[in-house]
Ligand binder design. Structure first.
Ligand code: ADP
Length: 397
């Protein structure tokens, strides 16, 4: 008898403790019988849904608080995971649904519906849920800020691309000027020769026309290369010998050979391996640097340019263009490789910034050295990737 009383007392104490826990917890907890009717609801469940316990007891919890999806469409009770718990005897968890308050508003919930067994029989389920509005809002903010970051990033890429396109457009005008002027000169000279109407003049005109064709071809090559750059297509890299690129570039800057006063020498190392490069772009670098040197030497007494190549650190190749001109003007030396920095009346100030972009595209660096005897040397490096034949040539032009 005493034993029965003690058992009853301890059962009561467990119930009391369970009640206290249910009262105190911040999570909404309610019990359902096997018909889905509410058999109990804790204060948090009432607070969160706006229904009193009396309003819930004996009512279909699905009809009260779970009748619709977040978009307002009907939530079929047969699909309800909460009710499934007391049908399939499994625990069901969800964190992507809403519960509806008495006032018709909804809130996102995370819930777990646990079946209740009694002597091997499913008699209902206990549901524990919490309002996850804050978490959802935080997640939405995170997604929004990530989306904003993504948009900013793509804006940035767009700006970079547009500005590169701007540079390329200026560079195109800059680069095309030279071959187009050469074409014009050759054609004009040919016309004069043809007017003379002698056999020798005709032969000479023939030669000039060939040169004009070569220059027009060069202009086409520049346009093709730059267009590919604008389209962000990587122009094909090929194995080239840097010395040959230099010789061709010099021939482009001085198509008619050097003038009587200018001395242009090359000191090209024969020990250089072929490297994988964008040939036309590297030619542009050399053309820009040699033309700048030529322009700097205008009016000089004994103008001299030396173009040299050598093996550099870590198997890289170094190319230097050295002149004995006036050297870099003070006002540009700090911002030399920036766009639109020029001291020339008709200069665009993009040549060196394009050179830097191209050299860096090849993994190299470009720098200047102030020559002791006056003038400036532009040096750029090109890391070698793979070797092929060795070729090279020294000479004076
Ligand atoms: P641009 O030739 O259109 O001016 P660049 O970017 O090629 O544009 O050159 C920028 C400036 O750098 C030139 O205007 C000139 O003042 C200076 N510069 C470049 N190369 C030399 C050089 N070899 N000697 C002296 N100044 C140079």
């Amino acid at each position: 008898m005493n034993e029965a009383i003690t058992k009853k007392q301890s059962l009561n104490s467990v119930r009391l403790q369970t009640d206290l826990i249910l009262q105190a917890t911040g999570d909404g907890v309610y019990g359902l019988n096997s018909e889905g009717k509410t058999v109990f609801a804790n204060p948090a469940a009432c607070r969160l849904t706006g229904f009193s316990e009396e309003e819930m007891l004996g009512k279909s919890q699905h009809k009260l608080c779970h009748h619709s999806h977040s978009d307002g469409s009907n939530y079929d009770v047969h699909e309800c995971p909460i009710y499934l718990a007391f049908k399939d005897g499994k625990i069901h968890r969800e964190s992507n649904e809403v519960f509806w308050r008495k006032d018709g508003t909804s809130f996102p919930v995370e819930y777990v519906s646990t079946p209740i067994w009694d002597a091997g029989e499913l008699i209902g389920a206990v549901v524990s849920f919490r309002d996850i509005s804050e978490r959802v809002a935080l997640e939405a903010k995170l997604v929004e800020s990530k989306e904003r970051e993504r948009l900013l990033q793509s804006d940035l890429h767009h700006v970079a691309r547009v500005s590169a396109m701007g540079e390329v457009a200026s560079a195109m005008a800059h680069e095309l000027n030279q071959p187009l002027t050469a074409v014009m000169n050759y054609v004009q000279a040919s016309r004069r020769l043809l007017d003379a109407d002698t056999q020798t003049a005709k032969q000479k005109a023939h030669g000039y026309m060939d040169k004009a064709i070569a220059q027009a071809g060069r202009a086409g090559e520049i346009i093709r290369g730059l267009r590919k750059f604008v389209e962000k297509e990587d122009t094909e890299r090929t194995f080239e010998n840097i010395n040959e690129i230099i010789n061709e570039a010099i021939a482009l800057v001085l198509p008619g050979g050097q003038s009587s006063t200018l001395k242009l020498t090359t000191k090209l190392s024969p020990d250089l391996s072929d490297i994988l490069v964008h040939k036309v772009r590297l030619q542009q670098v050399v053309v820009n640097l040699v033309r700048n040197a030529l322009e700097a030497l205008e009016g000089s007494d004994a103008p001299h340019i030396e173009v040299s190549t050598r093996l550099y650190k870590d198997g890289a190749i170094e190319v230097c263009i050295c002149d004995n001109g006036p050297g870099l003007p003070e006002e540009v030396s700090q911002k030399l490789f920036q766009s639109f920095v020029t001291t020339k009346q008709n200069g665009m100030g993009v040549g060196l910034s394009i050179c830097k972009t191209i050299v860096e595209e090849h993994g190299g660096e470009i720098n200047t050295i102030k020559n002791e005897q006056g003038g400036v040397t532009f040096c750029f490096t090109l890391p070698t990737t793979t070797l092929a034949n060795n070729t090279g040539a020294d000479g004076e032009r």
